[in-house]
Design a protein around this ligand. Structure first.
Ligand code: NAD
Length: 220
């Protein structure tokens, strides 16, 4: 089972560490763009507001990357974390659901900068078929299986209501898709080997709401 951690270079890495890697990647990318060549774990810790020991522990999972008295080579670490995250290769994705959310995701160009290439969009509403988002055509659902196979699609983004999500996910599984980025508010039961990442923006909003309440418990 891959639910608790992933096997990487013969070592079990916890999902908590994996979850922190994109943030390291982002900060290192910014440092690299600013021309910073190396950084100590102390300075990285101050910048990212996590303890230096957390940084050392996290990066030790992958063999360290740091050198005593030198710190981290920013460019090297950036590329190594990118490789660990699989960002050294291109991922082709499609979006299912050309509604508000699907269109917003399709219009977001920064995914391409990370190697996620928007290839196709699908919807069951005939009125939307043929319309385009950033030049990408909305296609009918009966073309999806053929499209996935012909265009080397590895990620399907589910931006449809939960009522149809399970059936669509089952269809995607039959096409041999590798991964589903699931925005529908339903848990998907997919076979082992197919990766699902659930996104619930409202969870983040509820956390914010909790923190607002904690900061002003009397509703001031
Ligand atoms: N997880 C999150 O953070 C998050 C955030 C916003 C919205 N959502 C969910 O995402 C879904 C889409 O939101 P929206 O605002 O874009 O809705 P929307 O109504 O604007 O768009 C939904 C689109 O999906 C299409 N569709 C519906 N069932 C389909 C099916 N079985 N196959 C193919 N296409 C189908 C519809 O024709 C429509 O174009 C909603 O169910 C909403 O609950 C999730």
């Amino acid at each position: 089972m891959l639910s608790e951690g992933v096997i990487l270079e013969e070592k079990e890495i916890s999902q908590a560490v994996i979850g922190r890697l994109p943030r390291y990647f982002r900060y290192l990318g910014e440092l690299k763009d600013e021309g910073v060549e190396r950084i100590s774990s102390q300075d990285l810790s101050e910048l990212m507001k996590v303890t230096a020991s957390q940084i050392r522990q996290d990066l030790n999972n992958f063999g360290g990357f740091g050198q005593q008295g030198y710190g981290y080579n920013v460019e090297y670490l950036y590329h190594e974390i990118g490789k660990i995250l699989g960002l050294d290769r291109q991922h082709n994705f499609i979006i299912i659901g050309a509604g508000n959310l699907g269109r917003a995701l399709g219009n977001y160009i920064n995914f391409e900068k990370r190697g996620f290439i928007f290839r196709g969009m699908f919807d069951e509403n005939p009125a939307l078929i043929g319309s385009r988002i950033r030049g990408v055509k909305v296609m009918p659902m009966n073309e999806i299986e053929h499209f996935i196979r012909e265009n080397d699609i590895d990620i399907a983004v589910l931006a449809i209501p939960k009522s149809g999500a399970v059936a669509v996910a089952e269809k995607l599984v039959r096409t041999g898709i590798h991964a589903i980025w699931n925005f529908a508010h339903v848990d998907l039961n997919v076979p082992e080997g197919i990766q699902v990442e659930n996104v619930h923006l409202s969870d983040s909003l509820m956390k914010l709401s909790y923190n607002i309440r904690k900061a002003a418990p009397n509703g001031e």
